[in-house]
Design a protein around this ligand. Structure first.
Ligand code: NDP
Length: 310
């Protein structure tokens, strides 16, 4: 049977995805009728992004699964009209991009790069930076992106700690889990990287209480999601010096409104949700493989647990 596959990602992404997905379906031997328009009652699978054309799944009466092009699924999980399995994006290109972004911003802090890049003032004051082995970096969230980032930081020589909901074992990373584990994960963290999903349980993971657990002057890097941080508490911690600097890629409201205090704060770097993105060529492989699995009656990869929200 040929599966009807609706591409419901961002409309301007269709020209890039169409040939890649067709090639992958052919390579895997999956008979698929791929289009960006269908009568809803004819659709078997939806390749989905929240900035695409579908928001109500009710008319898709024979739908078998929804395959998200995004890693973060907080905009889909609350959708009550979605009653079929949902998969999220785990993509080697997305992981590579995130790893590079995290490593770059961590090294900026570790090496104190701003001193020489932003403050070149004619003074010759040779002071070599410390070695990574003497710097503790903590990654909150040890999923696809957190694990890849933690491993890359460990490979650079950092003392890496990580924290997740369930206990993990990752070579080169001291792993902590659960509410008690968070305190231990933060106690030595000179740089904290947030790669948690946005769920009811992760909202305000960094708040006045947890920011106070950090060593004074710690740096925060948030490529996860805006609601992971209590913004008021972070601004207060930046003003008091408890937090030395923050690099924020994601926000409760995006684009970040021009009047938001983060834009003007001297100790905040704002980046416009560019830490990483799904890469079409590798994502097409993941999507086509999951549709192959679904058609063959095999378990889907990267299934979302709707009760947990990720
Ligand atoms: P995963 O689902 O693979 O990993 C999530 C991790 O968070 C897991 O380790 C999980 O624990 C942990 N976690 C979830 N809930 C809790 C909790 N209550 N307490 C402690 N730990 C928890 O996600 P990814 O790594 O693929 O992606 C992470 C996030 O990165 C995405 O949700 C998205 O928001 C963001 N992102 C940002 C991008 C950007 O450009 N800025 C690009 C892509 C993604 P456990 O392992 O025990 O389940």
């Amino acid at each position: 049977m040929t599966a009807n596959v609706l591409f419901a990602g961002r409309p301007d992404a269709w020209p890039a995805y169409e040939p890649l997905l067709r090639a992958e379906f052919a390579r895997l031997g999956v008979p698929a009728n791929l289009r960006n328009e269908f009568a809803p009652e004819e659709v078997d699978y939806i390749i989905f992004a929240p900035n695409g054309p579908v928001s109500d799944f009710t008319p898709f009466t024979r739908l078998k699964a929804v395959l998200s092009l995004w890693a973060g699924v907080e905009k889909i999980t609350p959708n009550a009209s979605l009653t079929v399995p949902l998969t999220r994006m785990v993509d080697s290109g997305l992981e590579q991009g995130m790893t590079e972004w995290v490593a770059g911003h961590s090294l900026r802090y570790h090496l104190g790069m701003d001193t020489h890049i932003l403050d070149q003032n004619g003074r010759w004051e040779p002071k070599a930076p410390p070695l990574a082995k003497d710097r503790n970096v903590t990654v909150l969230g040890l999923g696809a992106l957190g694990t890849a980032s933690a491993q890359a930081l460990a490979a650079l020589g950092f003392q890496v700690s990580g924290w997740s909901r369930t206990q993990k074992e990752i070579e080169g990373v001291s792993c902590f889990a659960g509410a008690d584990g968070l305190k231990e994960a933060l106690a030595k963290a000179e740089i904290v990287i947030l790669l948690l999903p946005d769920t009811p349980a992760t909202e305000n993971t960094l708040n006045a209480e947890t920011l106070a657990m950090l060593p004074r002057g710690a740096k925060i890097i948030n490529p996860g999601r805006g609601p992971l941080i209590d913004d008021g508490a972070l601004l207060a911690a930046l003003d008091s010096g408890q937090v030395g600097h923050a690099t924020l890629d994601v926000f409760r409201i995006e684009p970040l409104p021009p009047e938001h205090p983060y834009w003007a704060h001297p100790n905040v770097t704002v980046t416009p949700h560019i830490a990483s993105e799904t890469r079409e060529s590798t994502a097409a492989e993941v999507i086509a493989e999951n549709i192959r699995r679904a058609e063959a009656g095999e378990p889907l990869l990267h299934l979302v647990d709707r009760s947990l929200g990720y």
